[in-house]
Design a protein around this ligand. Structure first.
Ligand SMILES: [Zn+2]
Length: 427
């Protein structure tokens, strides 16, 4: 869960800030909508206490970022890139951010900070993040929401279910590293067992009880998934128990199982959570590798994928991208058409699509990530070097667009007409 607060000292669980507690698409969308006249300062700071136990070290990095931003703002003024008013607005943004950082921050819960400021429009937004971010400052005519998008698309919402023949334990795992135990059941306690029957045929009755037990676990999991339909499930326990339980799970619940792990149920609850998180991490890594392999394969055969920033911006511009894979620290300047919004690697000139005026964008890679997120394109952030041979960025093209590439040879006009009916799940 990602919390938003007007000031760094606002505590966890504080609901007096408009109720927007999670980093949902709506939050990112509302910040993205700031793009317009005046420059916006986007500021990300890693405040993770595990990496920087001493606050003065964090302050040092923050100071460096602010200096960098002031130098860039100064350079823009020298070039006459903005009006005197916009230069003053950016300067005030940085002063405001410096003041904000002077407050106390509860670093036991907060690992990253994202601040967005546009003094000219009277806007300021602070987000306290449960995950570390990359130190970054951008002063531009649009906010840089890329890191928020990447964080938001990596989901940690999960249910950890520990089960054996007689007991089960269910926990909710949240994005912020929190966990909550929701069910601890010991079916060894008798449930109105008729003593006579038990004496008559204990073995048979025992098996009945075990079946009933798994059935109850399955129902309980189904119920929890009705409350949190998007959660992934991790099953932990002795192998035999996991097999038996899965036989009781309906197909749609089985489809939400992200992984399994062997665990004795006597383990502490924290152990169950740790075990489940490891499984999820491994599942995510597998998924990323599979997508990179798919990208490589499709690029090699020319079948439905593109590599390199120019090609990726082109498929994003025509809404043909289904997934965008990008190295985490890849950045470069580019531009955005003021007419149609197309992103390009040129920082000025005329838009290749509509002839409109292209204005510079400080980091066109981040702009692409933001656009992709807002258009429901799957985002995959990769360690640096992973896509070195592919120009550090690649996109998988949606199935409908792949068909058109094959039959038409070119796609642009058709693609634009088809975006309304795009079904992302078709691939
Ligand atoms: Zn244009």
């Amino acid at each position: 869960m990602i919390e938003m607060a007007p000031a760094p000292h606002a505590g966890r669980g504080n609901t007096e800030m408009g109720g927007r507690h999670m980093l949902e698409t709506s939050v990112i969308r509302s910040i993205s909508a700031w793009a317009g006249g005046a420059p916006i300062t986007s500021f990300y700071l890693d405040v993770d206490g595990r990496r920087s136990p001493r606050w003065p070290d964090v302050e040092l990095r923050a100071g460096h970022l602010l200096r960098l931003a002031r130098q860039r703002a100064h350079a823009r003024d020298q070039l006459g890139a903005g009006s005197a008013a916009s230069g003053a607005s950016a300067e005030a943004d940085l002063a405001g951010i410096e003041r904000w950082l002077g407050h106390d921050l509860d670093r036991s819960k907060v690992r990253g900070v994202a601040l967005f400021s546009c003094t000219a429009e009277g806007r300021f937004e602070s987000l306290l993040l449960p995950e570390p971010v990359r130190d970054q400052v951008v002063v531009d005519l649009e906010p840089d929401v890329a890191q928020l998008c990447l964080l938001s698309s990596a989901s940690w919402r999960a249910i950890a279910l520990g089960v054996d023949r007689e007991r089960w334990r269910m926990m909710r795992l949240e994005e912020d590293g929190e966990e909550e135990e929701i069910d601890v059941v010991d079916d060894r306690l008798p449930h109105g067992i008729d003593v006579d029957i038990e004496l008559a045929g204990f073995g048979h009755h025992d098996e009945e009880l075990v079946r009933e037990h798994y059935h109850r676990v399955a129902r309980s999991l189904e119920e929890e998934l009705r409350r949190r339909p998007e959660a992934r499930v991790v099953l932990c326990g002795p192998q035999e128990s996991l097999r038996e339980l899965e036989a009781h799970l309906p197909e749609r619940v089985r489809a939400q199982v992200a992984g399994r792990a062997h665990l004795e149920l006597d383990a502490a609850p924290a152990e169950l959570a740790r075990c489940a998180r490891e499984v999820l991490e491994a599942a995510d890594a597998d998924r990323r590798s599979a997508m990179v392999a798919e990208l490589r394969g499709r690029v090699a055969t020319g079948g439905g994928a593109v590599a390199g920033i120019d090609a990726c911006l082109a498929v994003l511009g025509t809404a043909q991208a289904e997934s965008l894979l990008v190295e985490r620290t890849f950045e470069m300047p580019g531009g955005r058409c003021e007419g149609c919004g197309l992103l390009v690697t040129a920082t000025a000139g005329a838009c290749p699509r509509c002839g409109g005026h292209v204005r510079p964008v400080e980091n066109v890679v981040d702009a692409a990530v933001g656009d992709a997120y807002l258009h429901d394109v799957t985002l995959v952030a990769l360690p640096d070097g992973e896509l070195a041979d592919l120009g550090r960025i690649g996109a998988l093209v949606a199935a409908w667009a792949r068909t058109e590439v094959r039959t038409e040879g070119h796609t642009e006009g058709h693609a634009e007409g088809r975006t309304e009916g795009l079904e992302p799940s078709d691939a």
